[in-house]
Design a protein around this ligand. Structure first.
Ligand code: ACO
Length: 326
């Protein structure tokens, strides 16, 4: 099998910053509550004219440039998102058009906030068999467009942004050392958009009842997250034949600082070894890990040879992760 790794990384966030103070004017909440319960200070909001695929294309151009790969060299585009542009077609096809990636297949992958680690794992299989050489994996979200801005349980948490990586063959012993995908479908009702699909098709009543927005049972998701983040990390490190002390950086899904600190404490990892940027971006779902990875790489926090654990949980419910030697 051929070893798969990341050849380049890039990201894009919209310019518009929405602060907690501004949200105080929209719903019954406070900057203090949001900061202490979630760790979030501000998030980015996409312009009305920009969709998930537009953000994805911008992040992708940065990743392609970083990797020194031309769009027409891509064999496949995997867009991971839970805020796709339209139900049909796949947003990945819109990205393929925008990039001019004329030789690439394109599909969307939906695994909630675990989307990116799922996408990376899928991509690595095509590289491992030699079937493909250059795959773009994107996590992109315009969540602000599917959030009920009158629901304080959800609207304070999410933000918009995109991150992308180019996956390709690397030397033996480098790149993706292990990955794991998990799901607990029985928890699907804890985080979902009730209407607009085939179960409850959209009509004026579902719109009136705001069933086309994200609905979440925060407590249940929190419970799931604190359990699986630790479990998945331990299993991943074992599967990569590493010890906890070998880990240079944990890049957890950026949902809530309390979930991240809980995992770090259970793993006995000091917070210096944990990437956190949710204070500035909120929960950007599928985009959160590639966005954090790009920041970690560009700021010099990741060096060649470092062992990185990326671990996520999200709607589905899903969880999973990837261990990577940079
Ligand atoms: N502002 C002020 N008060 C609020 C807010 C708010 N935005 N939201 C809830 N409250 C109130 C509640 O009504 C409750 O009041 P009560 O005690 O009078 O009933 C109180 O604050 C405490 O509420 P809890 O729900 O217990 O707050 P908790 O500490 O659990 O934090 C939170 C809530 C932040 C949502 C947390 O449960 C969480 O982070 N859950 C995980 C959510 C998540 O990560 N979702 C994304 C998953 S990824 C994906 O796939 C998209």
């Amino acid at each position: 099998l051929i070893q798969a790794g990341i050849l380049g990384v890039g990201s894009y966030v919209p310019e518009r910053i929405l602060t907690n103070k501004e949200i105080e004017k929209m719903v019954d909440t406070s900057d203090e509550w949001i900061r202490t319960r979630t760790g979030i200070r501000e998030r980015r909001i996409a312009d009305p004219a920009l969709s998930t695929a537009d953000l994805a294309a911008r992040a992708s151009r940065n990743a392609l440039e970083d990797a020194g790969v031309k769009p027409e060299e891509l064999d496949l585009i995997i867009l991971t998102t839970c805020s796709k542009d339209m139900i049909i077609p796949a947003g990945a096809c819109l990205v393929q058009m925008e990039l001019g990636a004329s030789n690439a297949g394109a599909f969307d992958l939906e695994a909630g906030c675990s989307g990116f680690v799922y996408g990376l794992t899928v991509a690595s299989q095509f590289i491992a068999t030699g079937a493909m050489k250059r795959i773009l994996v994107i996590g992109s979200e315009a969540l602000s467009k599917i959030i009920n801005w009158e629901d304080r349980n959800t609207c304070v948490l999410f933000g918009d942004g995109a991150g992308a990586v180019v996956v390709g063959p690397v030397a033996p012993g480098e790149g993706i050392l292990a990955s794991k995908l998990s799901a607990e479908g029985s928890g699907w009702e804890h985080l979902y958009i009730p209407a607009g699909g085939s179960k409850i098709p959209a009509d004026p009543v579902t719109v009136e009842q705001k069933l086309h927005y994200v609905h979440m049972n925060g407590k249940e998701v929190f419970r799931y997250a604190t359990r699986v983040m630790e479990e998945e990390s331990i299993n991943l490190i074992k599967a990569a034949n590493l010890e906890l002390s070998d880990i240079d950086l944990l890049i957890p899904h950026q949902a809530n600082i309390r979930i991240i600190e809980h995992a770090a404490k259970k793993l006995k990892l000091p917070m210096e070894k944990v990437m956190v940027n949710l204070d500035r971006y909120g929960n950007t779902s599928s985009a959160s890990i590639p966005l954090a990875l790009d920041e970690a790489v560009k700021s010099g926090r990741v060096k060649a040879g470092d062992n990185i654990v990326m671990v996520a949980f999200g709607a589905g419910l899903t969880s999973g992760g990837v261990v990577l030697k940079w």
